[in-house]
Design a protein around this ligand. Structure first.
Ligand code: FES
Length: 118
């Protein structure tokens, strides 16, 4: 199992790799806060995870559970004001937070294909 030695930056289990499907973002509550504070997806074969916090107004972005993608499936969207984000790096491509980015989370995959974030 993958472990990190730093006490101040303890990795948290996100999910198993098979819970993520290509192009479909899902919400997770890895810190047990009663809401999905993280969104994650597989994008062009890479696992991506971001804080579920729009840089425009620091609010959650989905309008209901696991609805983070635009209608065409090409962008992460904030449903508050329609900002579009590049799934590859979280950068805002259109909307009131143009030039800002979602906060990317570092991901590690262990031998059992569990995904850990911190
Ligand atoms: S809060 Fe996300 S675009 Fe305004």
């Amino acid at each position: 199992m993958w472990r990190k030695t730093s006490v101040s930056n303890v990795p948290v289990l996100l999910c198993h790799e098979h819970h993520l499907q290509e192009g479909q973002a899902r919400g997770f509550d890895p810190w047990h806060q009663g809401r999905d504070t993280v969104l994650a997806l597989k994008w062009k074969g890479q696992i991506k995870a971001y804080r579920n916090l729009c840089p425009h107004l620091d609010v959650a972005m989905q309008y209901r559970k696991d609805r983070f993608m635009s209608g065409d499936g090409q962008h992460i969207v904030c449903f508050a004001h329609g900002a579009l984000f590049d799934p590859a790096d979280g950068s805002c491509l259109l909307g009131p937070c143009l030039g800002q980015s979602l906060q990317a989370l570092e991901i590690h995959q262990d031998e059992q294909l569990n995904l850990w974030i911190h």
